[in-house]
Write a protein that binds this ligand. Structure first.
Ligand SMILES: [Fe+2]
Ligand SMILES: [Fe+2]
Length: 157
């Protein structure tokens, strides 16, 4: 895995959001095992992304008056995303419900990503400086690498 140096946490989060969006576009055109393959990539990336945000990014938000108000709702959205991911996981990709749930997931995830990059990032930039964001970026990458095996193991069944 390539290691990025001195990247601020907002850029890291943004890059992962773009990755998820691209996978949703690919999944929309896919069927059968290919569709399930895209889903499993979305599952892994989103699960790891949410867990890492909860461990590093959200606690940082809780430290400032400008940002702490966003944490509760964001965590609820993570729970909703995780719930739908688990629902899809047990379906077969040729089941019509699979695509319906994928659309639901896409909508919920898209809303959440927009909230983070919009309101939340704007508030973050008001209270955290470049150095803090870079330090958080390093912590984010470290935590993500540690969580990765666990999240990947969760998809094998
Ligand atoms: Fe999030
Ligand atoms: Fe995010």
């Amino acid at each position: 895995m390539a290691k990025t140096k001195a990247t601020d946490i907002l850029s890291l989060i943004e890059a992962e959001h773009r990755q998820v969006e691209q996978l949703f576009v690919k999944a929309e055109k896919a069927k059968g095992s290919k569709l399930y393959e895209y889903f499993s990539q979305i599952y892994k990336i989103l699960s790891l992304h949410s867990r890492t945000e909860e461990l590093i990014f959200y606690p940082a938000l809780e430290e400032y008056e400008e940002t702490e108000q966003y944490v509760e709702e964001a965590e609820e959205e993570h729970e909703e995303i995780s719930f739908i991911l688990e629902e899809i996981k047990v379906l077969r990709p040729n089941n019509p419900e699979f695509s319906e749930k994928m659309n639901e997931l896409k909508e919920v995830a898209q809303y959440h990503l927009e909230q983070e990059e919009g309101e939340i990032f704007t508030a973050v930039r008001e209270c955290m400086d470049e150095q803090e964001l870079t330090e958080l970026g390093e912590e984010y990458q470290k935590a993500k690498a540690e969580l990765k095996p666990e999240v990947e193991a969760a998809l094998s069944f």
